[in-house]
Design a binder for this molecule. Sequence first.
Ligand SMILES: [Zn+2]
Ligand SMILES: [Zn+2]
Length: 396
Amino acid sequence: MADGTAVLGWAARDPSGHLSPYSFKRRVQKEDDVTIKVLFCGICHTDLHVIKNEWGNAMYPVVPGHEIVGVVSGVGGGVTKFKAGDMVGVGYFVNSCGSCDSCGEGYDNYCPTSVITSNGTDYDGATTRGGFSDVLVVKQDFVVRVPGTLPPEGAAPLLCAGVTVYSPMVEYGLNAPGKHLGVVGLGGLGHLGVKFGKAFGMKVTVISTSPSKREEALERLGAPAVLPSRGGEEMAAAAATMDGIIDTVSAGHPLVPLLSLLKPKGQMVVVGAPSTPLQLPAIAIIDGGKRVAGSGGQRGRVPGDAGLRRGARHRGGRGGGRHGRRERRHRPPREERREVPLRRRRRRHHTRRAGLGSHSRSFWRVGVQACASTVSSCLRLACIRVTSVASCRRLV
Ligand SMILES: [Zn+2]
Ligand SMILES: [Zn+2]
């Protein structure tokens, strides 16, 4: 054990978009470490960007993955929260300073020197490698328990996409039964916004520029209503009807028409992160006393522990500190509507170059949905494959 655990992962070695098998070693399990046998890992759009070095920060070889679910296979002597056999998850962060104000308040997802799960630099200088691997060694504070009532493959996307939406909904009171919630965009975050809104007993309206999302929203997700954001009359008719809006769109888009949908004192929460600045004319919020916020860190009310809050920063957090480049990592996809080369790799896991190669229309969705593993993909390392949109959508 002195050399650490030998691990087989899948790594990007260059910006080609291909992953190939990669052997490396995890650190020696420390007193407060949990060793996890990885079973499932979602694919987030951040992974896709880093794999192809689209943000210029890839530290090859990159082992992606930060929506990780697995079984505890070992624990250090100081671990009190977990034991072998527990089903657990790991999200976007694996370490933080533990001494700054944010860490002290339980918001270590806002720690200026927090360490991300993949393609990050830990305090010992090691490059972090994510969940596209068979074993993970993680500090217990960054591990969450996955309840037995959740299918583990469906729980994985909740560790990034899920918490990114859930946290601000609770933080800003967009979880009250009977209230009217607008969900802008029906990518991975939007899907979860609809599901959470319905689960909270809210009236949910999907707001989308794409007519093709209508059937998906109404029939597959059971959203009560769809509002075409380019529908002038329909938008006008819906003015001042919503208590809150979750805006998940990562491409540049006008805010004013969306703000007009809010009732007085309504709350908009932005969880998408366009690369171009959003324009916010003051009068759009002065009139009606409306509020616009970023994703919120939800302290103390999220079941499990701190780990389930961490996605909040993933979408809307701050950069800085020695991880100042993080802002670039979280910058939204420039090529938001570009087809992303991701294809099925069934029966290809024995090939040397597996993973993300050709252009396949069936996986275009993966490219447009940051943190979209809920609806578009999941990765089962036992047989590296990307499942279909339809099959994954059923998982959560
Ligand atoms: Zn993510
Ligand atoms: Zn800190």
